[in-house]
Design a protein around this ligand. Structure first.
Ligand SMILES: [Zn+2]
Length: 194
């Protein structure tokens, strides 16, 4: 199956602080190219009063609604979270390998969504070798398109063995969500063997 690549040019920030429901960061952040699928579900499950969880997310992906480095109230993240929580209901309980399979069809999900689940996301289309890539403009768009693409493709989901974040289980046997987590696991297994 030919797969379209979904991309987003983001900024992520270290050492975010949460006070009185507002996230603050120092500095302008560092640019990165986002292309991992599945972490939208980790965002959906993030407790918006948990500073550590929010700090981890922002250090990896940045501000879901793109306000940072200006102060970003987490109240603005709730609507996006609700949409993604609804998307997550498509997947069933994990099997013995920790893999969740899509068990709800898109039409049923749409009937549950407020406003019929219509999604309008602006993106630019790029050619990447023989494949096409869609580059969306915000992290919120990225997470929503990622979620809806995974629903359409019935992509199984799993939690990373290293960091616990959700990822799209597209290749059999892949236990980690990203190369950095594979490296962490490799270093730990070497340590254990030494
Ligand atoms: Zn991971």
């Amino acid at each position: 199956m030919k797969r379209d690549l979904l991309l987003f040019d983001g900024h992520r920030f270290q050492a975010a602080r949460l006070a009185l429901g507002v996230v603050n960061v120092k500095g302008a952040g560092s640019p990165y190219e986002c292309k991992e699928s599945g972490f939208w579900r980790t965002f959906a499950e993030t407790d918006l009063s948990d500073e550590t969880a929010i700090r981890h997310f922002i250090a990896r992906y940045g501000d879901p609604v793109g306000r940072l480095p200006a102060p970003s109230p987490v109240a603005n993240w709730q609507e996006l979270q609700e949409t993604l929580k609804l998307a997550a209901t498509v997947w069933g309980e994990p099997d013995s390998d920790g893999i969740c399979h899509a068990s709800l069809d898109a039409a049923t999900l749409k009937s549950r969504a407020p406003g019929g689940g219509a999604l309008t996301v602006p993106f630019t289309l790029e050619l990447k070798g023989k494949a096409t890539a869609r580059r969306v403009r915000t992290l919120a768009d990225f997470m929503q398109v990622s979620a809806f693409t995974m629903i359409a493709n019935r992509t199984p989901m799993r939690r990373c063995d290293a960091c616990g974040y959700w990822y799209g289980y597209e290749h059999g046997g892949k236990k980690y969500c990203r190369p950095a987590c594979t490296d962490v696991a490799l270093r730990q297994s070497k340590k254990g063997a030494a």
